[in-house]
Ligand binder design. Structure first.
Ligand code: AMP
Length: 281
């Protein structure tokens, strides 16, 4: 496995691979790798010839007062995990490689970026779209692998790729969970044992909501109320939002039909977690 830190070297390498007709698969991450990331790397290793994993904590997608400085960073462990999962190249640039001092361009996907996570975290998805666009330019992947865990982010990347005619296919893979259901996240390591225990209510509530819908409850307000009620039974859990929306457009649904996305964000102590589940009605 090769580790590349310079943007110019990564771009040169990707160019040579493409000229040699080697398919490149990219797994963009912020590091602190866990099984969720590794499932994406393994899928890439099955489907593409050269797997590139980017490790980059993107300052542009963190708001003021968010956890950019404290975000977990562990390059040595990430390199070991990435290698074992089948990575060929790790691209781990310094911030100045991606954002030189005179950097002044951004990518904004209107609409989808302004609701839910975007409303809670202004500027977040502009940061995400900008860095993903830049990574796609540098790495030139034929396929990029993203997780359902960040469902809205995946839709925004798909939108961007379609709107701008980027020749990269986006593969969306299922959320990998801990045995008790909690969605794996680099931020889970912020939780103390009691918070970690209470955090499992998020998945339980989503699953109960999905079961309720499958059992015939098609009123979104009824389902959302039950979900909120269950989540607030844990005293350290504070709901940011609960939404039942069209899974393709994220538009609110007056009645639950078609493919429904149930999305939630909640604080558990001082840690903000997101999760979602899809239901076909
Ligand atoms: P992050 O490092 O949090 O920016 O995530 C990098 C990629 O891994 C994104 O496409 C995420 O959606 C994906 N990812 C994060 N957590 C999980 C998970 N538990 N299951 C599947 N994919 C995940």
């Amino acid at each position: 496995m090769r580790v590349i830190k310079q943007t110019s070297e990564m771009a040169r390498t990707a160019g040579a691979l493409r000229r040699a007709h080697q398919t490149i698969g990219l797994v963009p991450t912020m590091g602190a790798l866990h099984d969720g990331h590794l499932s994406l790397i393994r899928a890439a290793a099955k489907q593409t010839r050269v797997v590139v994993v980017s490790l980059f904590v993107n300052p542009l997608q963190f708001g003021p007062g968010e956890d950019y400085d404290g975000y977990p960073r562990d390059l040595k462990q990430d390199l070991n995990l990435a290698k074992a999962a089948g990575t060929d190249i790790v691209f781990a640039p310094h911030v100045s490689q991606i954002y030189p001092a005179d950097f002044s361009t951004s990518v904004q996907v209107d609409g989808l970026s302004d609701i839910l996570e975007g409303q809670a975290r202004p500027g977040h998805f502009r940061g995400v779209a900008t860095v993903v666009m830049k990574l796609f330019q540098i790495v030139q992947p034929m396929v990029a692998y993203v997780g359902q865990k960040d469902y809205q982010q995946a839709l925004i990347i798909q939108r961007m790729v379609k709107d701008l005619g980027i020749p990269t296919a986006i593969r969306l893979l299922p959320t990998v969970r801990e045995p008790d259901g909690l969605a794996m996240s680099s931020r889970n390591r912020y939780l103390n044992p009691e918070e970690r225990r209470q955090a499992t209510v998020i998945t339980r509530a989503l699953r109960e909501a999905a079961d309720g819908i499958r059992a015939g409850e098609h009123n979104p307000k009824t389902v959302a109320d039950a979900l909120r009620h269950l989540m607030t039974r844990e005293p350290l859990v504070r709901i940011d939002y609960v939404a039942l929306v069209n899974a393709r457009t994220l538009a609110p649904l007056p009645r639950l039909t078609g493919r429904v996305a149930i999305l939630t964000a909640a604080w558990v102590g001082t840690t903000r977690l997101i999760d979602n589940i899809l239901v076909d009605v």
